[in-house]
Design a protein around this ligand. Structure first.
Ligand SMILES: [Zn+2]
Length: 106
């Protein structure tokens, strides 16, 4: 696992904003709040966006917008699996952040 906390390539600021875009695919544009320049753009994999804490209804809407391939019977367990996976991935990230950056995250 490689970890990096993103910063602006132009001014070095870490004060960034994520702009979520949905057109033919889901994208995240990262803009620097300090200088306004574009820092990065991510194109998300199919089903790759998870908003922490969202409810089942919101999960259903995102699956529908994303092409809706899950069968209705499996949706509640798909929701629980997505929540659990998100939680586990984030918990696994915390010790790696501590190892790389110490107590003071940049
Ligand atoms: Zn900047």
């Amino acid at each position: 696992m490689e970890i990096k906390i993103q910063q602006c390539n132009s001014c070095g600021s870490r004060d960034l904003r994520n702009i979520l875009v949905r057109d033919e695919s889901q994208k995240v544009f990262v803009q620097c709040r300090s200088c306004g320049k574009l820092v990065a753009r991510y194109v998300l994999a199919h089903g790759g966006y998870h908003h922490a804490g969202k409810d089942f209804e919101s999960f259903l809407r995102s699956i529908e917008r994303d092409g809706g391939i899950e069968s209705a019977r499996d949706l509640p367990s798909a929701f629980e699996n997505a929540k659990q996976q998100l939680h586990e991935e984030y918990e696994a990230l915390k010790p790696r952040l501590l190892e790389r950056y110490g107590d003071n995250l940049p």
